[in-house]
Design a protein around this ligand. Structure first.
Ligand code: 0X9
Ligand code: ZN
Length: 303
């Protein structure tokens, strides 16, 4: 296990999943699915129960969209740890499902925030987007109602939508993952901070999907489990109604592509908001895992 005493670099996280695949070659598979603008390798880890059965349903999880939200990759690492190393407790979550996990969607930004105090609050990617400004908001860069609201045309803004949909290689990688798993994909979960919120579509309109009752039921399972475990009170609802309009995000994209359940989980705040101290990692990731497991359990029962 990587441990929860500190935050890890993108390279350490990649090495960790490679090590897991080496140790458990029948259960854990690592695949390079693309490269970031600065050419960092983007790798997914697929976790199975090792029974060799193909074409199971899929739960797709990602973290690290926004560079400064370090608790997100930390939570993904703990999730991977639990699924791989605690199979007895989580056997039901892997019986008919495989988990496909991309720990850090925006590795260039993530590494940039680890350079210094001055860069700690960076949000976007790191590709130059104009003569004097760098970066696009990867969570405004998806080709579904792209740039229709809650996104900026200004390359210097923190919510810059990009020159066009999928201008960022990192967003294209997530899109490819979504499409390659859409046929069997039952839940898409993208981890952000800070909330705490469990958000479901839509985030581009205040209208609710026809299947809002299903979305709410699964979110409620996560809410109930976390409240019972630690007393943390999440808010549940549609992105637009609970938070704000923000079009071109990955959750709406995955839902539209066929995932019946799609959530943005905004993890609780810490420090000044986006920067909980390392001493908070352990309790935060364990709490979040309880919620994710409860939502997955509900999905496994429903679909
Ligand atoms: O604005 C975002 O991208 C997310 N919040 S954050 O503070 N982590 O940046 C919320 C995205 C919610 N989903 C949609 N609006 N579709
Ligand atoms: Zn975010």
């Amino acid at each position: 296990r990587l441990g929860t005493e500190r935050f890890y670099s993108h390279g350490e996280i990649n090495q960790y999943i490679e090590d897991l695949a080496q140790e458990q070659p029948r259960r854990v598979f690592v695949k390079t699915v693309g490269r970031s603008y600065e050419r960092r390798l983007m790798k997914t880890v697929t976790i199975t129960n090792g029974d060799g059965r193909r074409n199971k349903n899929v739960i797709l999880v990602d973290g690290g969209f926004h560079a400064r939200e370090w608790i997100s990759p930390a939570t993904v690492v703990y999730l991977i740890d639990e699924l791989v190393n605690n199979l007895s407790e989580n056997a039901d979550l892997l019986l008919d499902y495989d988990w496909v996990i991309l720990p850090v969607v925006n590795p260039d930004g993530y590494e940039y925030t680890q350079l210094s105090e001055d860069t700690r609050m960076w949000r976007k990617t790191r590709k130059p987007s104009s003569a004097d400004c760098i970066g696009t908001d990867p969570n405004r860069n998806f080709d579904f109602h792209w740039n229709e609201g809650g996104a900026s045309d200004n390359p210097c803004a923190d919510t810059y939508a990009g020159s066009n949909a999928f201008s960022e290689p990192e967003a294209q990688v997530v899109s490819d993952l979504i499409h390659s798993h859409a046929a069997r994909g039952k839940m898409y979960l993208t981890l952000h901070s800070f909330g705490p919120y469990i958000l479901y579509p839509w985030g581009w309109t205040s209208d609710l999907p026809d299947t809002v009752a299903d979305l709410h039921e699964v979110a409620q399972a996560g809410f109930d489990a976390i409240l019972a475990d630690t007393g943390t009170f999440y808010e549940i609802g549609s992105s637009t109604n609970k938070l704000y309009v923000a079009a071109g995000a990955s959750d709406d994209y995955a839902f539209n592509a066929g995932f019946p359940i799609s959530f943005t989980m905004e993890l609780p705040p810490g420090g000044t908001g986006f920067d909980p101290p390392a001493s908070a990692i352990d309790r935060m990731v364990k709490e979040t895992f309880v919620g994710i497991a409860a939502m997955a359990r509900k999905v496994v029962q429903k679909y």
